[in-house]
Design a protein around this ligand. Structure first.
Ligand code: BTN
Length: 244
């Protein structure tokens, strides 16, 4: 029998067979007062959600989890936690595989997308983040291949239970590091795992595609690009795989 995942001290697992979206279930629990470190995990999702309103196909075999975080900070800083989560996912990739983070919150292994991250914050009066639900989908057993995917998929291998255990441990450590050392430490480590500076990239901004060279990420988490028209700072958009 596969042992049940063990979470870090003080964290609590809510294990479900099937749910619409673990993010919705975690948000419901957060609204009802569940503490930081509550992890909602489902074997399958019937309404898994991706960024930009996309569907996240969620049949049995991969990891679908949402963790409640209570960062006690302004909403702008809560957005930093998406980068924190990307580093946590990178931490659980087995040694010997090429791991890269892709702005804003994706993780690529050997060039394929292995995980997607969907942070959803509840903002209170005065712009304070009441809670952040950190939704993380990790391809463990298989790499989905769907026509709408912009990157090919990759998978980690191993069991979903082991992946969840390692992910929760890594996320707890990374969040503690963010609290202790601030975003600057996170940013430096994220940049070390991002594609090389100067790499030619395309970024989709609504209907517009901006082409330029990757010039880093600033202290607010914005993507920096050098384009033919000069430097650009992008706060929301999607980095595309370059066709050629
Ligand atoms: C992306 O578009 O890359 C983000 C995908 C996030 C998927 C995860 S799976 C667990 C959690 N529940 C959801 O409905 N979405 C996130």
């Amino acid at each position: 029998m596969i042992p049940a995942p063990v979470l870090p001290d003080g964290w609590r697992l809510v294990a479900l067979q099937s749910v619409g979206s673990t993010n919705d279930e975690a948000a419901r629990l957060a609204e009802a007062g569940s503490p930081e470190g509550t992890v909602v995990w489902a074997r399958e999702q019937t309404g898994g959600r991706g960024r930009r309103g996309r569907v996240w196909a969620s049949p049995i075999g991969n990891l679908y989890s949402s963790t409640i975080l209570r960062p006690d900070c302004q909403a702008m800083r809560a957005a930093e936690l998406g980068f924190v989560a990307a580093l946590a996912v990178a931490d659980i990739v087995p040694a010997g595989r090429d791991v890269r983070v892709k702005w804003p919150n994706d993780v690529l292994v050997d060039g394929g997308k292995v995980a997607g991250i969907l942070p959803e914050s509840s903002i209170g009066q005065g712009g304070q983040a009441e809670h952040v639900v950190m939704g993380i989908g990790v391809n463990v057993g298989f790499a989905p291949s769907l026509p709408e995917m912009r990157y090919r998929g990759a998978c980690l291998g191993g069991t979903v239970e082991a992946a969840l255990e390692r992910l929760a441990a890594a996320l707890a450590l990374r969040v503690a590091e963010w609290r202790r050392d601030g975003f600057e430490a996170v940013r430096a480590q994220w940049l070390a795992k991002a594609g090389p500076l100067g790499l030619e990239v395309d970024v989709k901004l609504g209907d517009e595609v901006v082409r330029g060279r990757f010039a880093g990420m600033d202290r607010e988490g914005a993507l920096l690009l050098d384009t033919s028209g000069g430097p650009r700072r992008i706060v929301a958009g999607e980095l595309l795989a370059r066709a050629a």
